[in-house]
Design a protein around this ligand. Structure first.
Ligand code: LAG
Ligand code: CA
Length: 445
């Protein structure tokens, strides 16, 4: 059970975008738990339109029949239990601002007929007036009109609030540990207060995309009393620096105009940004080594509660997931970023150094950086096309440490020796990184 309005969190989690419940359950047992991932964000579990795009999941048909492309309600329940047994929390993506619009009607994934004029759970009076969002300078317009033409639930009405609270309660009773709330910018904080209050104030993080020049009432800071808030500027700032110079990144955080570290969910990319929905400017899996380095940086630096994106390969930005599952990520149709050796091992690094400050910063004045987390871990990132050869002060106790970024398993690669003076010699190839921490000493392996 989680405390009300809780901002506290573990160290890092993963979004298994469009994964099936049974595959997530196996992944919790076989990989996420053993590697120390704190939680998994799942795709929206409510019934959605029948359509082969990924965004079908963001068009709710019912909030009671939990049949989705990811599986049945009983598979969902089983997955939650199996993830818990593996020590992994489950965060559900809650799409509550609107209901389905596509083609004005159809049959939902679970077989429920629906139409714009005859919705199975709501009557026309349960929606805001039929306006479209046209003016981000006007909070009332952003809250009470249609996003992308999607019928906008009247979250001020008692019946709508009760129906949505019942949905949160149902999932919480199944064991869901927290929620990503979709499109929060499009609902007033007052409405959310009431809905979440009626649902027992679960742990949530709110999706609010801050943008300068938009109405003051829809900026992220208006929603932090509910829980953490997505910090979209983190990913675009990190991308801008990795595409320019990373020597400035030491101070990334509140002084850069970001939310306070304890209020943010931060990420290099998410399911929208990796396909250019709702904006761009992020690094994605298509950027290869640079994306890998950016994720290493995010997991090494103390800012926020980082989320790793893990999805499937695509060229068509609308296409839905591959027909067959990731099968332990032995299937190239799924990118499985969370299994990349460097990203997964940096989750272990972050867990080990949790609570320690960033210290012992070094940079070469350009695109090579290094820093410690207290006396517990040290990372070296080479975002250059030439190799890095440096003797660096690590802050770590003398000893032999595994370079957890050399090879997939800790200890299968380089051993780094930290001398009695705290210095170590690093040879880091172009566009790669090295990391050592006290949780991965060389000797016992
Ligand atoms: C979100 N955050 O606030 C999600 O992160 C984002 O993925 C959702 O949009 C959006 N809010 C609504 O839940 C996605 C796609 C949209 C898609 C929408 C509804 O990015 O492209 O719209 O889900 O499925 C689609 C069409 C639109 C059409 C609309 C209504 O792309 O052209 O107007 O459906 O039929
Ligand atoms: Ca709304």
């Amino acid at each position: 059970a989680l405390a009300s309005n809780n901002l506290s969190a573990g160290t890092a989690f993963v979004h298994l975008f469009e994964w099936r419940w049974n595959d997530i359950a196996s992944e919790c047992e076989n990989f996420l738990g053993p590697k120390g991932y704190d939680a998994v964000q799942i795709s929206p579990p409510q019934e959605h339109i029948s359509h082969d795009t990924w965004w079908a999941r963001y068009q709710p048909v019912t909030y009671t029949n939990l049949s989705s492309r990811s599986g049945t309600e009983s598979e969902l329940a089983s997955m939650i239990q199996r993830c818990h047994a593996a020590g992994v929390k489950v965060y559900a993506d809650a799409v509550i601002n609107h209901t389905a619009a596509h083609n004005s009607g159809g049959t939902g994934w679970g077989g429920t007929p629906w139409s714009l004029t005859n919705h199975p759970e709501f009557s026309p009076a349960d929606y805001h007036a039929g306006c479209d969002i046209t003016d981000y300078g006007d909070a009332g317009n952003v809250w009470n009109c249609r996003l992308s033409g999607l019928p906008d639930l009247d979250t001020g009405s008692g019946y709508v609030r009760d129906t949505l609270a019942a949905y949160f309660n149902k999932l919480s009773n199944m064991g869901v540990d927290g929620f990503r709330i979709d499109a929060v910018k499009h609902m007033s904080p007052t409405d959310l207060d009431v809905i979440l209050g009626a649902a027992g104030n679960p742990w949530v993080f709110s999706e609010v995309i801050g943008a300068a020049g938009e109405a003051a009432e829809i900026q992220p800071a208006n929603y932090t009393h509910l829980g953490r808030v997505t910090e979209f500027k983190y990913g675009t700032d990190v991308a801008g620096n990795f595409n320019g110079q990373i020597k400035y990144l030491e101070t990334i955080g509140e002084s850069w105009g970001l939310l306070g570290s304890g209020k943010a969910v931060n990420f290099i990319d998410n399911h929208d940004r990796e396909r250019g929905h709702g904006g761009g400017g992020n690094l994605t899996y298509k950027d290869g080594a640079r994306y890998n380095l950016a994720n290493i940086f995010m997991l090494a630096h103390p800012y926020g509660y980082p989320k790793i994106m893990s999805g499937y390969a695509f060229s068509d930005t609308e296409i839905g997931p591959p027909a067959s599952g990731p099968q332990d990520c032995g299937n190239s149709a799924w990118v499985c970023q969370h299994r990349w050796g460097n990203i997964a091992n940096m989750v272990g690094f972050r867990n080990h150094v949790d609570g320690t400050p960033l210290q012992n910063w070094w940079d070469n004045g350009d695109n090579q950086i290094a820093f410690s987390r207290g006396q517990k871990g040290f990372v070296v990132i080479n975002n250059e096309s030439g190799s890095l050869e440096q003797n660096l002060y690590t802050g770590l106790p003398a000893g032999a440490y595994c370079n957890v970024l050399d090879g997939d398993e800790p200890c299968s690669g380089d051993v780094i020796s930290v001398g009695a003076d705290g210095y170590a010699q690093f040879s880091v190839a172009a566009n790669s990184a090295a990391a050592i921490h006290g949780g991965a000493p060389a000797a016992p392996c």
